[in-house]
Design a protein around this ligand. Structure first.
Ligand SMILES: C[S@@+](CC[C@H](N)C(=O)[O-])C[C@H]1O[C@@H](n2cnc3c(N)ncnc32)[C@H](O)[C@@H]1O
Length: 219
């Protein structure tokens, strides 16, 4: 099945509200757990950058799991960041900053980051190379990178089955978004090609029947 790109930024009010209210605790905690096997939470005292943070669920989990970290989390959607800012715990306000900006043209507060991560951004990008180049531009030498995203099923029917299996109880708008995201996602082969083109020697692992986890270190 050919890729069908979806709208890049999530700015529609109803769409953002449905996304912010949805329960992503399972995949998001899995993301933090997988990251923790690569970067020891008690030992990381550097500055992290999250790309496409949406309403900030992973951002909040990250600062909780990594007590000595500082996180800058970026998204191009103002409505998403309104949720993210409203949900910051006061105790984390000094370690977590949300930034409104769109890849690739945004300017970040710092020129280099010790850890860069992202979940579910890649499939939103019309041109996926933008993510890999952005990471290369802002990663400190030796920085760890972790990117999780959806994988595109082979058929529309398979995508519909995944929506029925994992989002059956969710509002219709979320089911529609999930379906469109599955159609917009990349295959393992395409991701390997993107990394090769970006000269990034990263490991690509299928982490569930619908997720891919990509990780590596910047030389
Ligand atoms: C599916 S959401 C994922 C949100 C969050 N990472 C999570 O896992 O819940 C994708 C987010 O990427 C943002 N986004 C898409 N393209 C972007 C770009 N070029 N620059 C910054 N943010 C972007 C969208 O606005 C949206 O909030």
């Amino acid at each position: 099945m050919q890729r069908e790109p979806e709208t890049e930024l999530m700015e529609d009010k109803a769409q953002v509200e449905a996304y912010a209210r949805a329960d992503f605790s399972l995949p998001h905690q899995q993301f933090i757990d997988m990251l923790s096997t690569l970067v020891e939470p008690a030992e990381f005292d550097g500055i992290a950058l999250e790309l496409g943070c949406g309403p900030g669920d992973i951002s909040r989990r990250f600062v909780k799991a990594y007590p000595f970290s500082r996180l800058y989390a970026l998204d191009g959607s103002k409505p998403m960041l309104d949720y993210a800012n409203a949900l910051i715990d006061d105790s984390n306000r000094l370690r977590l900053t949300f930034i409104h900006g769109k890849l690739p043209d945004t300017r970040l507060p710092l020129s280099r980051y010790d850890l860069i991560f992202s979940n579910s951004l890649l499939h939103h990008l019309p041109e996926p190379g933008v993510l890999w180049q952005f990471i290369k531009r802002y990663a400190q030498p030796g920085a760890r990178v972790a990117v999780m995203d959806l994988l595109r099923p082979e058929t529309r029917q398979e995508a519909k089955d995944k929506v029925a299996c994992y989002a059956n109880d969710e509002p219709e708008i979320l089911q529609r978004d999930f379906y469109q995201s599955l159609l917009a996602a990349f295959t393992l082969e395409e991701i390997h090609r993107q990394l090769h083109q970006a000269c990034l020697d990263f490991t690509v692992t299928q982490s569930s029947d619908r997720h891919v986890f990509i990780t590596g270190r910047i030389p």
